[in-house]
Design a protein around this ligand. Structure first.
Ligand code: DMJ
Length: 551
């Protein structure tokens, strides 16, 4: 007899509809082994495809960004990026003596800036003070990506330079980042220039954001972008040049009712990138209006008036035509077409040769197109680099010939001075002028502000053809900077490149010396051409790298 708790178990077999017993496989392993090789490959493939589909559709929580009030904004659509944002594996620090010398120069400049001008716009290295332009710590924001690119950020493995040296430089990155996080607020009650703040500060923040993926930089960029946007609230959409970031009121410059064409056409890369990085289209929409407006204007041979802006890079309109075409994955044809037309116009109307040696230069054509001035600003020396970049992307090889000749002339503007430093403006000897030398300099134009344009072009040309002559030219110029512009607390602009015995130091180190000049020198001397790959990045007018998108 069975007690209450005792039981028996009965195995109930499963039956299919024919009442034959279903026999379960003994194990999955056995079932797997019973599959044919074809069936197994098919399953492998399905698993791999599903894995990638899951990855693709998973929301990227890294990309959540904040409004200024801390609330969440849209997420970034990374799928449109050709370039990657997190890119630090290639910034391995200096790999040769020339690069090490540039890092040392950077560190020397930075030390002076930190000691006497920390948090202010520019260092005055001789009087041991600072100068304030917009009150936005320009030198820090302009050069933090230079620090990063030189491989000096925390955690970067730098195997070719001694540890103590690098330890010091890691600290510089942290200092710069902390200053930006804690002290860069756009609440100064003063006017700033839309163009300058866009290329230096907005571009600087976006550049370092894309290199590091650190959202703090993007949030700062959004705050700044929102404060700059009221500049665009005009009837035509062509922005005012000046804006107060605190009151958010904009107005034209004091000396003219007009905005400079060069300035309003050299802010598009940054505002478009802000939209792409944040997912908010309003910034890109604002600058698209300007591009379309200028595109529809009547132009003579594709050229815009030359006296639009006597101070800064009047040719940068052409630079941004090409770079916008590249930034948008070569999908907006009118940028390329306007660029090609403009370069044709330049070749037709602005290019001339000197006497007696036939150096090619770009002159200036005054309004009306009759009065040709045989003078070239140092600012123009960025153009060979832009032409080379276009050629790299499939534009006519005849542009390269122009680039090479122009680069040689720019080199001459350095090499023919006893200091081996170029003046701000050079004049050229053409038929019927009163001079005998190919090149001459007027007293008021003899200063050198440590500008980057020629070095920038050397880097692009070297990227394109690997010709080491360009590196040697860069090295010669760096030696001249060392000899004539290096002072105890940094580097200084000088007043006279024509007299090696009296260069007249001007007591000013502009932010672009660290943001651009030293960055391009460092890149120029690099052994790895893929650092800041020209197929993945476009560098803005202030040398801040922005990613290439595919639309
Ligand atoms: C930089 O601020 C930028 O390159 C700008 O576009 C023009 N000039 C200076 C450097 O010379």
């Amino acid at each position: 007899m069975m007690s209450k708790n005792e039981h028996i178990s009965v195995r109930i077999p499963s039956f299919n509809e024919n009442y034959s017993e279903i026999r379960r496989p003994k194990s999955y392993w056995r079932a797997w082994n019973q599959l044919s090789r074809f069936q197994r490959s098919l399953i492998y493939m399905l698993v791999i495809i599903s894995f990638f589909m899951v990855l693709y559709f998973i929301p990227n929580t890294d990309n959540v960004i904040l409004n200024v009030d801390g609330s969440e904004r849209t997420t970034i659509n990374r799928n449109v990026l050709v370039g990657e944002s997190k890119h630090d594996e290639v910034f391995a620090g200096p790999t040769n003596d020339r690069q090490r010398a540039i890092v040392e120069a950077f560190r020397h400049a930075w030390t002076g800036y930190k000691k006497f001008a920390w948090g202010h716009d520019n260092l005055k290295p001789i009087s041991e003070g600072y100068s304030e332009w917009f009150g936005l710590g320009l030198t820090i924001v302009d050069s933090i990506d230079t620090i990063y690119i030189m491989g000096l950020k925390e955690g970067t493995i730098v195997d070719s330079i001694d540890t103590i040296y690098i330890m010091g430089l890691k600290e510089e990155y942290e200092d710069a980042r902390n200053w930006i996080e804690e002290h860069l607020h756009f609440t100064n009650n003063r006017d700033v220039n839309l163009f300058e703040v866009t290329i230096r500060v907005l571009g600087g923040l976006l550049g370092i954001y894309h290199l590091t993926g650190d959202r703090m930089f993007l949030n700062k960029a959004l705050d700044l972008g929102d404060r700059l946007l009221p500049s665009f609230a005009t009837e035509t959409g062509i922005p005012y040049s000046d804006i107060n970031l605190f009151t958010k009121t904009a107005h034209p410059p004091k000396w003219s009712p007009d905005s400079s064409t060069a300035e309003v056409t050299t802010i598009q890369l940054e505002f478009r990138d802000l939209s792409r990085a944040s997912g908010d289209p309003k910034y890109e929409n604002a600058v698209r209006k300007i591009s379309e407006h200028i595109h529809n204007l009547h132009k003579q041979d594709g050229l815009v008036p030359i006296f639009i802006n006597p101070n800064s890079g009047q040719f940068s309109y052409y630079e941004y035509l090409l770079k916008q075409w590249l930034q948008t994955g070569k999908t907006i044809d009118f940028f390329r077409d306007d660029y090609l037309q403009a370069i044709d116009g330049i070749q037709k109307s602005l290019v001339k040769r000197t006497l007696p040696n036939g150096f090619l230069f770009l002159g200036e054509l005054l309004a009306g197109g009759k009065d040709f001035k045989p003078k070239m600003d140092h600012l123009t020396c960025f153009l060979p680099g832009t032409l080379a970049l276009g050629t790299h992307h499939g534009l006519p090889t005849s542009h390269l010939k122009l680039a090479e000749e122009l680069l040689t002339t720019c080199y001459q503007t350095y090499a023919q001075q006893p200091t081996f430093l170029a003046p701000e403006i050079t004049y050229f000897n053409i038929p019927n002028s009163e001079n005998t030398n190919d090149i001459y300099v007027k007293t008021n134009d003899a200063h050198n502000l440590l500008r980057p344009e020629f070095i920038e072009s050397l880097w692009y040309m070297h990227q394109l053809n690997g010709n080491s002559t360009y590196q040697d030219w860069g090295w010669e110029i760096f030696q001249a900077f060392e000899k004539y512009t290096k002072v105890t607390n940094g580097y200084t602009s000088i007043g006279n490149v024509r007299n090696a015995a009296a260069v007249k130091p001007k007591d000013m180190m502009e932010s672009f010396f660290l943001g651009e000049t030293l960055k391009y020198l460092y890149l120029l001397f690099g052994d790895d051409p893929k650092v800041l790959d020209l197929d993945r990045y476009v560098l803005n007018s202030e040398a801040h790298p922005l990613p290439v998108y595919n639309s």
